[in-house]
Design a protein around this ligand. Structure first.
Ligand SMILES: *[C@@H]1O[C@H](CO)[C@@H](O)[C@H](O)[C@H]1NC(C)=O
Ligand SMILES: *[C@@H]1O[C@H](CO)[C@@H](O)[C@H](O)[C@H]1NC(C)=O
Length: 225
């Protein structure tokens, strides 16, 4: 009898804890301000759903990820992200996929954060010096040099990067745990915000002269966005 009670109690506990995690799904966008009038609503948390009976294979498909991307830009990398906007069937599934191309000799996917996703990256070509930094107070730098066939994980919300140290192009494929992982490129967000952050704030925060901050703000286009 006592065992039965325990079993029932356990069953309730399992139910209760699964309810607890079933409510309040994680944010699928930066924010979702509530409104009462659904007629003027733009988004739910994520996207509205198509009638499942009308779903077709192309809602779950994308072609052309085999094609190398152009890396002739400032940082020498190009991220092709397939999120819910490219593959509508990803809505609510907590997944996305990216191809990342890196130029030879220093193509960089610069330090950035995905506010809503962890990432697992597979190197196909090239040699990538990668790493992430843990949160305060340790700020430990976890790093490795990756070769084709190597896989590396970047945990949710941590600053990370990949840098191609090979003399040839590099290519990696990354899977992310959100239909809309989001990207915050640290330098662009801080020095290229729109409108610009008051340079006094950045000078103090980064312990830099104000002229350097002004240069950085010009470089990252805080004024011309
Ligand atoms: C939405 O409706 C509730 C209940 O009627 C009301 O208290 C609230 O102020 C409304 N919110 C907005 C943003 O209109
Ligand atoms: C990435 O590559 C595509 C196709 O090669 C190109 O159209 C796009 O401008 C590139 N993006 C960047 C940021 O260089």
């Amino acid at each position: 009898m006592k065992g039965d009670h325990l079993l029932v109690a356990f069953a309730f506990w399992v139910l209760a804890s699964s309810f607890a995690s079933a409510y309040d799904p994680s944010p699928l966008q930066d924010f979702c301000v509530a409104i009462n009038d659904t007629k003027s609503a733009v988004f739910v948390n994520g996207k509205f759903c198509k009638n499942p009976k009308l779903a077709i294979a192309n809602d779950f498909s994308f072609s052309g990820l085999n094609i190398p991307r152009n890396t002739g830009n400032q940082v020498g990398s190009n991220v092709t992200l397939l999120n819910v906007d490219q593959i509508p069937g990803l809505n609510t599934l907590g997944l996305s996929l990216a191809r990342i191309d890196y130029a030879a000799n220093g193509g960089l996917n610069p330090p950035h954060i995905h506010p809503r996703a962890s990432e697992i990256l597979l190197v196909l070509e090239g040699t990538l010096y990668v790493g992430f930094v843990t949160s305060n107070p340790d700020n430990r730098f976890v790093t490795k040099v990756l070769y084709p066939g190597d896989v590396f994980v970047f945990p949710l919300g941590l600053i990370h990067f990949q840098f191609n140290v090979a003399k040839t192009n590099a290519v990696a494929i990354a899977a992310l745990g959100s239909q809309n992982p989001g990207v915050i490129t640290v330098a662009n967000a801080v020095f290229g915000s729109n409108p610009p952050i008051n340079p006094d704030v950045l000078a103090k925060a980064f312990q830099l002269g104000k002229n350097i901050v002004n240069d950085l703000q010009k470089k990252f286009g805080g004024n011309n966005k």
